[in-house]
Design a protein around this ligand. Structure first.
Ligand SMILES: [Zn+2]
Length: 114
């Protein structure tokens, strides 16, 4: 069986993986609604070197790798108290991610649905 070739439109200045759901890795179509979860670091957590980068976080049990966007110091999100963000495809993924954070990442940061 042959699959049609998928043409990937690349938006300039955007990494491909930012169009993928952080939790289930499904591709988020360009015209689809994007859901987000933001996180706030616990006191003492310092990820200054990673600001503006996408950092893979490994969640406990399942060893699931979830890409987090570390917000740059001068961004509106950061001023809003959001230290990191996740892009997600659905409400369900938001809930599962938030649940995973509570379970595996509580010492690093707390998550909040955006
Ligand atoms: Zn998803």
């Amino acid at each position: 069986m042959k699959f049609p070739k998928r043409r990937k439109k690349k938006r300039p200045g955007q990494e491909g993986h930012l169009n993928t759901c952080a939790w289930c890795r499904r591709e988020i179509p360009e015209d689809a609604e994007v859901f987000g979860v933001s996180g706030k670091f616990r006191p003492g957590v310092n990820m200054k070197d990673q600001e503006g980068k996408v950092v893979p976080l490994v969640f406990g049990g399942e060893g699931r790798v979830v890409p987090a966007i570390i917000t740059p110091a001068d961004s509106p999100a950061k001023r809003d108290g959001k230290d990191l963000m996740f892009m997600l495809c659905s409400e369900k993924c938001c809930n599962e991610l938030a649940e995973g954070v509570r379970r595996d990442m509580r010492s690093l940061f707390e998550a909040e649905k955006m």
